[in-house]
Design a binder for this molecule. Structure first.
Ligand SMILES: Cc1cc2nc3c(=O)[nH]c(=O)nc-3n(C[C@H](O)[C@H](O)[C@H](O)COP(=O)(O)OP(=O)(O)OC[C@H]3O[C@@H](n4cnc5c(N)ncnc54)[C@H](O)[C@@H]3O)c2cc1C
Ligand code: SF4
Ligand code: SF4
Length: 458
């Protein structure tokens, strides 16, 4: 049996839409009542299930990140198990401060896309922006104006089938932007579809902690006084001059015109703490790719103390493509970009929480699932109960439970029109998590101190 069936049955589907594209719509991927995309395999014939399984990032019939990277990148690239292959690693920022206000981090993602477009290497960009199906969806941008308007991180479930269908066979070349699993499934699609492979010429990855359902935007907005029914737009990353870059605000609007943005510090909103994993998709519990290992370049936030202190935001950047590297080097020489080389250890350190969740955490979750007799996808991390101590083990389990419960509890609160209902029911789970979190803090601080000493010595 193709394991895509297990992926969907166990709710490990991330909703990318690759199976829908590969089966010309026989598999339908749509947003469910919990606010995230997932596949419906009920009408798929066996040969199409087999095809879909080859492009699904979580099935056992698809190639893993190591195999894909070996096929698409030159062997001369350096490699590290934490980051995958790389040509260069740096902290980076666009130097124009007014431009940076409209970007989430250092602005390099949209800057690279603009260079590719304006130098004629691509005709358009396939990326997530406002509008379409829900608050955000995959859109096609073909001009500087469109690229400038569609910036910032979108923590919201989307699917790329409709966008890919709309460009398929139009004879033009595109860059695709996505979180690591979307980049992986697009690469897998290109292995199956030569026409698409000729069109998707650059893959731009975003470092990814986890993806959220639409409920994340709705919960934060509701606390700003905008109910789910009246919500017209959100901004997940409003920079705060003079403050730590991680202390960004969230904004919500009830209408697209003549309506004020209502903003609050994200960290003060229930659900705004990424450690709680509220509305995280279950797929993310099974993911081991942090640095989009199959992308030509990957960008994230340089969450290291020296860059965090700068409110403008700074990217962590890993480049794997010679032409993109050349564009970056030219931007540096022209004085448009701030670029500071970093070591692979610094890159990994900038995502320390991600590694705890996705490597140690994944090993434990796989072991827990196997013990419970559940199917699990083949991952590059092995199941292991003893990868962490007792307290951390409980913390990882509490986080998983909090994450799982948040979806249903919010759907009920939304139906009943009561934010308080959600707050009352989720709060005990948050408290329980925080008790374990406080208990494991001294160990994490010790780990941090050890890593800093290693960095100084390296
Ligand atoms: C779900 C998610 C989780 C993330 N988790 C982490 C993390 O744990 N650690 C970390 O360091 N960084 C993470 N990032 C990346 C980070 O938030 C920034 O997006 C990244 O640093 C790029 O910032 P920038 O200023 O260079 O981009 P900008 O100049 O703001 O441009 C952003 C570009 O990315 C596109 N885009 C935004 N969101 C999406 C999306 N969901 N799918 C496809 N295209 C999109 C936009 O359309 C735009 O073209 C995450 C991003 C996302 C979307
Ligand atoms: S993860 Fe993507 S390819 Fe796999 S079942 Fe879900 S939508 Fe289809
Ligand atoms: S954490 Fe992994 S599975 Fe989840 S959205 Fe990010 S890349 Fe995809």
């Amino acid at each position: 049996m193709p394991t895509i069936e297990q992926v969907v049955q166990r709710d490990i589907c991330v909703g990318c839409g690759a199976c829908q594209f590969a089966t010309r719509g026989e598999i339908n991927v749509r947003r469910n009542e919990l606010g995230y995309y997932s596949a419906d395999l009920s009408r798929a014939r066996p040969h199409n299930l087999a095809t879909a399984s080859r492009v699904c990032p979580f099935s056992n019939e698809s190639q893993n990140e190591d195999v894909i990277a070996a096929a698409v990148f030159p062997a001369v690239l350096k490699s590290d198990p934490r980051t995958g292959r790389y040509l260069s690693i740096a902290a980076a920022r666009v130097r124009a401060d007014d431009y940076l206000l409209g970007s989430s981090s250092g602005g390099l993602t949209s800057w690279i896309l603009m260079q590719l477009l304006e130098s004629g290497h691509i005709d358009g960009v396939i990326h997530v922006g406002q509008g379409g199906d829900g608050l955000f969806s995959y859109r096609i941008s073909r001009s500087r104006q469109e690229l400038t308007a569609r910036r910032k991180s979108i923590y919201y479930s989307t699917s790329f089938n409709t966008a890919l269908q709309s460009i398929h066979g139009d004879g033009q070349r595109y860059a695709l932007v996505g979180v690591p699993c979307f980049i992986k499934s697009a690469r897998l699609l290109c292995m199956e579809d030569r026409l698409l492979a000729e069109q998707l010429v650059y893959f731009i990855g975003l470092v990814c902690g986890h993806l959220k359902s639409a409920a994340f935007a709705e919960l934060l907005a509701w606390q700003c006084g905008v109910s789910p029914a009246g919500l017209a737009a959100v901004d997940f990353r409003l920079k705060q001059p003079g403050q730590d870059a991680g202390r960004y605000h969230f904004g919500a609007r009830a209408g697209l015109v003549n309506s004020e943005w209502i903003t609050r510090p994200t960290s003060q909103l229930l659900g705004g703490n990424w450690g709680h994993g509220m509305f995280q998709l279950n797929a993310c519990n099974y993911c081991d790719d942090i640095f989009a290992e199959t992308a030509d370049v990957v960008l994230g936030d340089a969450w290291l103390p020296e860059y965090r202190a700068d409110w403008r935001g700074t990217n962590i950047l890993l480049c794997r493509n010679a032409l993109i590297q050349q564009l970056i080097d030219q931007g540096k020489t022209a004085g448009e970009l701030f670029i500071q080389p970093l070591s692979v250890a610094q890159a990994a350190n900038s995502q320390a929480g991600n590694f705890r969740h996705r490597h140690e955490g994944l090993a434990l979750r796989l072991a827990d699932d196997q013990n419970a007799g559940h199917w699990v996808p083949n991952r590059r991390v092995m199941p292991d109960h003893n990868v962490v101590g007792n307290r951390r083990r409980e913390l990882i389990r509490r986080r998983r439970e909090l994450s799982r419960a948040s979806h249903g509890l919010f759907a009920e609160a939304r139906e009943q029109g009561s934010l308080d209902l959600f707050i009352d029911r989720i709060t005990p789970l948050v408290r329980q998590y925080e008790r374990y979190n406080a208990a494991s803090l001294p160990r994490r601080l010790l780990g941090l101190a050890k890593r800093r000493i290693q960095l100084i010595l390296s």
